[in-house]
Design a protein around this ligand. Structure first.
Ligand code: GLY
Length: 384
C-alpha cells in the first residue's frame, strides 16, 4: 500500500518559509518575555505572560514548544528554555497529589522528547514517574479517572485520549505490558461511551466508580449535554490516530476516521472551528486550539491511510492551518503569544478568544510536520 508523502504534497513553499521565519521571530521574543517572569507561560494579558500555578495541566506545552522550535531552527536559546521549564516542573512532581490525568501533556512531549534526543536519565525518570501516576488512576471498570475532586471518582473525559501515548511509551520502554493494556481498555471505553454514531463525542462521561455503570454525560467545556465541544472532538481525532500508531489496532484508525469525517463536515464552510459545533449562532465563538490539534491529527491520518485516501485529510489540515493563521495569528511583537481566538470553555466568559500556549504548540507541531520533521512528540522513541 502506497502512503502519502505530505512534504512532497505541500507545494506552497513560500507560505511554509514565511511561517518558519515568523515563528522564529515571535518565539524568540516570547522566550525573552518568559525570562522576565518566574513562571511557565500559559496565556497572556496583552503584553506579558500571566502568572500560572506550577501544577497547571498545560505546563508541558511551553517546553514542548521550545523543543519544536529547537528542531525547526537549531537555536540553543530554545533548548535552554526547555530545560529551565523542565526543571521548574519538578515542583509539580513533588506535589503529585495535585496532578490530574494530564501528566502525558505535562511530561511526555518535553521530558520524553528530551530523553529521546539526549538520553538524559532525569528526563527518563520524570516521564516514567508520570506514567506510573497515570496508570495508578485506572479504575478496573475500564476507565482512567480524570480529576481529583471528591465526588468525581467516576469522571472520565475524552481529552484523556491524548494522555494514553504516555502509557504506550512506558510499556515500550520497560517491556511491561500493563501500561499499554490500561491505555487500550480506556480507549475501548471511549469508543463505547464517548464517540457517538455520527462521529461527534461527549466531553465528560460519569460512571459509577464501583460498578462502571454509565450514569450521565454532562456538557463539560462545551455548550450543553449532547452538544459537541470542538476541542473534545479534536482530542478524540488525534488521540485515536495516536492509539492506532502505538498499537496497530484497526478499530482505533476507524474511529479516528469517523471523528475526522464529522469534524470536517462541521468546518467546511470557512475551515475554522466554532468552540462547540452545536452552540447558538451568536456569539460566534471560535477555538483555534481545536483547529490546530485537528490539523495535526489529520496530517498523521493522511499518512496512515492509502495515498489516494490520504489527500482528503491532508487538504482539510492545510485549509484549517491557513484559515486560522490568516484570521487569528498575531505575528507582532506586542504580545508573546500567537493565536488570539483560543477558548477555554463555552461558559467561561473570561476565557473566550484568549491566547493559550497549547494553541500555538499544535500549530508549530503542524509546521514541523510539513517541513518534514518525523519526530512525533507523542511517540518520541520512534523517529520516522
Ligand atoms: N484538557 C482541557 C482542555 O482542553 O481545555
Amino acid at each position: 500500500m502506497e502512503h502519502m508523502d505530505i512534504v512532497a504534497a505541500f507545494t506552497d513553499q513560500a507560505w511554509l518559509n514565511r511561517m518558519t521565519e515568523q515563528l522564529h521571530r515571535k518565539m524568540t521574543y516570547a522566550v525573552g518575555k518568559a525570562g522576565e517572569t518566574a513562571w511557565i507561560p500559559y496565556t497572556t494579558d496583552g503584553h506579558q505572560w500571566k502568572k500560572n500555578d506550577i501544577g497547571w495541566w498545560t505546563n508541558g506545552f511551553w517546553p514542548a514548544n521550545m523543543w519544536q522550535m529547537y528542531r525547526m531552527t537549531g537555536d540553543g536559546l530554545y533548548r535552554e528554555e526547555a530545560l529551565r521549564a523542565e526543571e521548574m516542573l519538578d515542583e509539580a512532581l513533588r506535589n503529585f497529589k495535585n496532578l490530574s490525568h494530564d501528566v502525558g501533556f505535562m511530561w511526555l512531549i518535553q521530558s520524553g522528547v528530551r530523553y529521546a534526543l539526549e538520553k538524559n536519565q532525569d528526563s527518563y525518570d520524570r516521564t516514567l514517574f508520570a506514567a506510573e501516576m497515570l496508570a495508578a488512576r485506572y479504575n478496573p471498570n475500564g476507565f482512567i479517572r480524570a480529576w481529583n475532586e471528591e465526588g468525581r471518582e467516576g469522571w472520565a473525559i475524552v481529552d484523556c485520549m491524548m494522555n494514553l501515548p504516555l502509557l504506550y511509551w512506558a510499556s515500550e520502554e520497560t517491556g511491561d505490558p500493563r501500561y499499554r493494556q490500561i491505555a487500550m481498555r480506556h480507549a475501548d471505553t471511549t469508543i463505547q461511551h464517548f464517540v457517538r454514531p455520527d462521529g461527534s463525542c461527549n466531553h465528560i462521561v460519569i460512571f459509577d466508580p464501583e460498578t462502571g455503570e454509565f450514569l450521565e454525560n454532562p456538557g463539560g467545556q462545551g455548550y450543553e449535554s449532547g452538544s459537541s465541544w470542538s476541542r473534545g472532538q479534536s482530542w478524540a481525532l488525534y488521540g485515536f490516530v495516536l492509539s492506532w500508531l502505538c498499537t496497530g489496532e484497526q478499530r482505533y484508525l476507524d474511529t479516528a476516521k469517523r471523528v475526522a469525517h464529522y469534524f470536517i463536515s462541521q468546518i467546511a464552510d470557512d475551515w475554522m472551528p466554532r468552540c462547540d459545533f452545536r452552540q447558538p449562532e451568536e456569539p460566534l465563538l471560535r477555538d483555534n486550539v481545536a483547529g490546530n490539534v485537528a490539523a495535526c491529527g489529520l496530517l498523521e491520518l493522511a499518512r496512515a491511510v492509502p495515498a489516494l485516501e490520504g489527500r482528503f485529510y491532508f487538504d482539510a489540515a492545510v485549509r484549517i492551518l491557513k484559515a486560522q493563521e490568516q484570521d487569528a495569528a498575531n505575528w507582532e511583537t506586542d504580545d508573546p503569544a500567537i493565536f488570539t481566538k483560543c477558548t477555554s470553555a463555552w461558559h467561561d466568559l473570561n476565557g473566550r478568544h484568549i491566547t493559550m500556549t497549547y494553541g500555538d504548540y499544535f500549530f508549530i507541531e503542524a509546521i514541523n510536520k510539513l517541513r518534514g520533521d518525523r519526530l512525533l512528540f507523542w511517540r518520541p522513541n520512534h523517529e520516522g
